[in-house]
Design a protein around this ligand. Structure first.
Ligand code: GLC
Length: 729
């Protein structure tokens, strides 16, 4: 539909119809069973008339159901405006990929684009037009349950992954209109939700605007630059004002500075929550704050519906504000082609062949293997040999609970468990592992393994060459509203570890978890493989890595604390006026009396079955000076000095030695996945541009300062040596 026709349509709408477009409700209000509708309708105070004006629907899927609702909706809507279906497809629709914190460990932007593309194909054929992803909240506190949805602690990396996901979901600019296997991306949660005080969900966020802009907003900005068509507000305050009613954040920064012209949707109930936050006395004030902040859609509360008409009549809200929001919503529906094709991609026949297809699961299995992180591998315990007898023990050994807390349409009954993956694995010569993998009849509890399951585990361990101990968290222990003050493994799991270790010291721990954990208690493990929540093909991908069919290459993108007392512990910290490194034996320096300053497993860390060594970096520019016109080319040779082909994730770190505000001791400014055959040496190069070292100054400008920089190329953020010094003209 032409833009002019959209504007004509707006002119035909009554104020009540316009306000209806600004609301989103769940699908039970459209149920074809009256008994299913009456409860929600009375609870929210909605009548049938109002429901036919509501602009978008949350959380309904299925080609048949979406087509039924759309058909009924357009018949009843006076102007036959189509509705639009949105939902939480965070890391897969029915084919579930690793949680984003796991997928991020692959450092593979193509993998993120593939995940999003597959998700969009499955979601769109099932009726969705928009997904509430990518979540790009930067995180530094693993007590927060939603770190599992994030891609970690680094602004640069989060931005790369966010851009890749937006492209995977939406395709190239303009594709949404004709390509019904694409969906609109909604970047969330704007802004800085990952910085909640104490890691406690929904809690206050408080930081300087300079830190907000320079660290926390970069990921969202990258997603908007990549073309994300929606943004979702966050539950938290920013600068003392809840994001959902925060005009400075949403108008000055998001719309005016970032140039975002898409739809801004509140998080679930966040408009009405302005009352409990204490910045609105009632629904009317909540509605006024939100509409003035530019929130276009109110999700699952009715402050707009209940009060906006009176606010316009009284002159407290200019109807033009409402027109602007309605126009953005109608424009999005038009971009998606919904006026001409209201069912868009929803197709029952194609749904059966596309959703959870063999090829999608094969893609998931390949990508999942890249997300696994080898944290420890003493005495080359891994890879396992086909001849070894294995005792597979622990609560996650046979558990299908491996999809994660935001796997919505994922089906645990169709997930490949670790036991299934190991038993199905056939070594290259076809030798099946089935007979070699023994496990307990009785399932092991995540918290209190029974005496009988411990005894059975010990008995199996006694007679096995190696033990695989599958430990971790239930998926309900992370995700939304799942903060933990203690990030240890449950005590019962440590007790099981100790009992087994007494009879067999050869233990490989496989971790299933949604956050970095404090891994004290399993120090005696020979090997540790971090599997996160690996998704539908989890067990198969883990088997591929444990038996060496895939050489692990994953590296963590969020630091694992040694102790919860260190939190927040992250790699790109400030130097402080009394840096520990400069005087480690001094008392009066920045340190703890009882624990080190360092992460147990730092950002960028992960092992391989190969071993990689780095030469000294050299710089191409004369006199080591670079400028906006002449970027620096940094070259370094990497050698795979092992007998196993592998992939190394080489990382470029930079330190700005003097800034207008303090600068981090190091920042990631580049990375490459480098495939190296056994024994191969290759020279790689990174380009460091002046724009790469720009940062937010006190006047909010994003610019660089002339001066000196240190540059490293390494395999993680801790083991940095022989930096080179560069000078920016
Ligand atoms: C939830 C989450 C948000 C999600 C929305 C819709 O509360 O905060 O991430 O997209 O509601 O389900």
């Amino acid at each position: 539909m032409e833009q002019s026709n959209i504007e004509d349509l707006l002119r035909q709408m009554t104020l009540e119809e316009k306000i209806g477009q600004l609301t989103q409700i769940t699908g039970d209000f459209y149920s074809d069973k009256a008994e299913d509708r009456t409860g929600p309708m009375s609870q929210l105070g909605l009548d049938d008339e109002q429901i036919t004006n509501v602009g978008t629907v949350l959380g309904v899927v299925g080609a048949s159901e979406c087509r039924r609702i759309q058909r009924q909706y357009m018949e009843r809507n006076r102007l036959h405006i189509p509705t639009m279906f949105m939902g939480d497809v965070i890391h897969g629709y029915e084919t579930i990929f690793p949680i984003p914190l796991g997928l991020a460990s692959s450092w593979d932007t193509d993998a993120f684009e593939e995940m999003a593309r597959v998700s969009a194909e499955e979601a769109s054929v099932s009726g969705l037009s928009a997904v509430f992803s990518p979540m790009v909240d930067l995180v530094r506190d693993p007590r927060w349950g939603r770190v599992m949805e994030s891609t970690g602690e680094d602004p640069f990396l989060n931005g790369k992954f966010a851009s890749a996901m937006v492209t995977g979901y939406q395709g190239e600019p303009g594709e949404l209109q004709d390509h019904f296997n694409k969906v609109a991306a909604c970047v969330k949660h704007f802004a800085a939700y990952g910085a909640v005080t104490g890691g406690r969900d929904y809690n206050t966020v408080d930081m300087s605007e300079q830190r907000l802009r320079d660290v926390y907003l970069r990921g969202y900005h990258a997603a908007i630059e990549a073309g994300a068509r929606l943004v979702m507000t966050s539950f938290n305050t920013v600068g003392g004002i809840p994001a959902t009613g925060n005009r400075h954040l949403m108008q000055d920064i998001l719309r005016d500075e970032f140039g975002f012209d898409g739809v801004l949707i509140s998080d679930f109930g966040a408009v009405k929550e302005l009352i409990s936050h204490g910045v609105a006395a009632d629904e009317s004030q909540a509605a006024s704050l939100s509409i003035h902040a530019g929130v276009d859609i109110e999700m699952m509360t009715l402050c707009y519906m209940h009060t906006l008409e009176a606010l316009v009549t009284s002159g407290a809200v200019d109807e033009r504000l409402i027109d602007e929001s309605v126009l953005r919503i109608l424009r999005l529906k038009n971009e998606l082609g919904l006026f001409e094709h209201p069912f868009r991609g929803a197709d029952e026949a194609r749904e059966k062949e596309i959703v959870f297809s063999t090829s999608h699961r094969a893609t998931a299995r390949r990508i999942t293997a890249e997300s696994l992180v080898l944290l420890r591998n003493n005495d080359a315990t891994l890879p396992l040999k086909a001849s070894q007898s294995i005792a597979l023990l622990g609560p996650a050994a046979q558990s299908p609970d491996i999809l994660g807390a935001w796997s919505w349409r994922g089906r645990t009954d169709r997930a490949v468990t670790l036991m299934q993956g190991l038993r199905k694995f056939a070594s290259a010569d076809g030798e099946s592992m089935r007979s070699h993998v023994k496990t307990t009849e009785e399932r092991c509890d995540y918290f209190v393994p029974t005496e009988s399951v411990i005894a059975a585990s010990v008995e199996l361990a006694k007679h096995a060459d190696v033990v695989i101990l599958a430990l971790g968290e239930l998926s309900t222990m992370s995700g939304e509203a799942a903060s933990r003050s203690n990030i240890h493994l449950p005590k019962g799991q440590i007790a099981l570890f100790d009992a087994v270790h007494k009879v067999n010291p050869h233990i490989v721990v496989v971790l299933f978890n949604g956050r970095p954990l404090d891994l004290s208690g399993i120090e005696a493990a020979d090997a540790i493989l971090e599997a996160w929540y690996p998704g539908t093909e989890g067990g198969a991908a883990i088997a591929d890595v444990l038996f060496g069919a895939v050489n692990p290459s994953g590296k963590v993108t969020m630091s694992f604390p040694e102790s919860v007392g260190q939190i927040p512990v992250f790699y790109d910290e400030d130097n402080t006026g009394r840096p520990y490194e400069q005087a480690p034996n001094e008392k009066y320096v920045s340190k703890y009396l009882d624990v080190s300053n360092y992460a147990a497993y730092p950002f960028g860390f992960g092992l391989s079955y190969s071993h990689f060594s780095y030469g000294s970096p050299v710089v191409s520019v004369s006199g080591n000076g670079f400028s906006a016109e002449h970027p620096a080319i940094i070259r370094v040779s990497i050698t795979n000095d092992s007998e196993v082909d592998g992939v190394e994730i080489a990382q470029l770190y930079v330190r700005d030695l003097v800034g207008e505000v303090v600068r981090p001791v190091k920042q990631l400014k580049g990375f490459q996945r480098v495939a190296l055959a056994a024994g191969e040496t290759r020279e790689i190069e990174f380009e460091l541009d002046e724009k790469d070292v720009r940062y937010v100054h006190l006047d909010d400008s994003m610019r660089s300062d002339p001066g000196d920089f240190l540059v490293w190329v390494a395999g993680n953020s801790r083991d940095l040596s022989n930096p080179i010094r560069l000078h920016l003209e």
